[in-house]
Write a protein that binds this ligand. Structure first.
Ligand code: GLP
Length: 262
C-alpha cells in the first residue's frame, strides 16, 4: 500500500485526477473506471472535468464506468440515486454516454439476482482498471459495513444507523435515507487492478488509521486494502493525522524515482 499524505484537498484532487487520467491514457480508450460516490471524490471529479473542458484531458471515447453501489427503494431517476449522482457529477460532463456507465440494478423484481448479474457484467468488461474509493467514518468501503465478509461479492446489504446519519445530509432527513443497498463486495473491490482511496477531513482520521495501520479485520472493512498489491491512498493532512507512520510515508513518496509513478 502506498500512502501519500498531502497538504490540502486540492492536492488530493490534482493527484487523484492524474492517476485516473494516466489509466485512461495507458488503456487508449479501453479503460474501465470504477467510480465512488459520496463527497470525498467530488474535488477530484471536478478537476477531471476542468481539464476536460480546458482541452487538457485524454479522450474518454470508449471508456466504460462501473459504480460501486446503489440505494434500493428510491424512485427511478431520484437525484440522490448513485446512478443519477455519478452522471451529474462526472460522466455527463466528461461526455461519457449513459450506456457506458453501469451500476447494480436496484429494481425490486430483479433484486435476488442483481448481485450476480453485476459481477458478470464486471467480468465481461474485463475487470476494473482503477477503482476510486472513499472510506466511511466507521471504516466502510462502498457500502460494506463492519462485519462484512472480506471475500464478499456484490449483494444486498443493510446500512448501519451511523452511515444513514452520515448520508442524511444528501436527503431531507435520516428517515428518507434508504435502509437497503446493493454494493460491490470487498472481494469484488479486490479484483480491480489498482485501488485509489481518497480520504480528506478530520472525520476520516480514525477510520484511515485503522484501515492502514490496524489489523486486517471485518470490523474495519477498509483494512482489506492491505491484501491488495496495488493500492494508492491519497489523504490530506487532517485525514492523515492519526497515522503513526505519516512522516515516513511522505518521505517515501518524496524519494520516489519519477519513473515509478503511482
Ligand atoms: C458512502 C458511500 C461510499 C463512500 C463513503 C464515504 O456511504 N457508499 O462509497 O466512500 O460513504 O462518503 P463521503 O465521501 O461522503 O464521506
Amino acid at each position: 500500500m502506498e500512502v501519500v499524505p498531502l497538504g490540502s484537498v486540492d492536492e488530493v484532487a490534482a493527484l487523484g485526477a492524474d492517476v485516473i487520467e494516466s489509466t485512461v491514457r495507458a488503456r487508449s480508450g479501453a479503460a474501465v473506471l470504477g467510480l465512488a460516490t459520496g463527497s470525498t471524490p467530488l474535488p477530484t471529479y471536478r478537476e477531471l472535468i476542468r481539464r476536460h473542458e480546458a482541452g487538457l484531458a485524454p479522450s474518454y471515447d470508449g471508456v466504460r464506468c462501473f459504480t460501486l453501489d446503489e440505494y434500493v427503494g428510491l424512485p427511478p431517476g431520484h437525484p440522490e440515486s448513485y446512478r443519477a449522482t455519478i452522471a451529474r457529477e462526472l460522466t455527463d460532463p466528461l461526455g461519457i454516454p449513459a450506456d457506458r456507465v453501469q451500476g447494480p440494478s436496484p429494481e425490486l423484481e430483479g433484486l435476488p439476482t442483481a448481485g450476480e448479474r453485476y459481477e458478470e457484467a464486471l467480468v465481461a468488461a474485463g475487470g476494473v482498471d482503477v477503482q476510486v474509493l472513499g472510506i466511511g467514518s466507521d471504516g466502510h468501503l462502498a457500502f460494506n459495513e463492519p462485519g462484512s465478509s472480506l471475500a464478499s461479492l456484490t449483494r444486498l446489504k443493510t446500512l448501519t444507523e451511523e452511515t444513514r446519519r452520515d448520508n442524511a445530509r444528501f436527503f431531507g432527513s435520516i428517515d428518507e435515507v434508504p435502509r437497503h443497498v446493493l454494493t460491490q463486495g470487498l472481494g469484488t473491490i479486490l479484483r480491480a487492478r489498482h485501488l485509489l482511496l481518497l480520504a480528506t477531513g478530520a472525520g476520516k482520521a480514525a477510520a484511515l488509521s485503522a484501515a492502514v495501520e490496524g489489523p486486517v479485520s471485518a470490523s474495519c472493512p477498509a483494512s482489506v486494502l492491505q491484501l491488495h498489491p496495488h493500492v494508492t491512498v491519497l489523504c490530506d493532512a487532517t485525514a492523515a493525522s492519526g497515522l503513526a507512520r505519516r512522516e515516513h510515508y511522505r518521505e517515501v513518496y518524496d524519494a520516489k524515482p519519477s519513473w515509478q509513478g503511482l
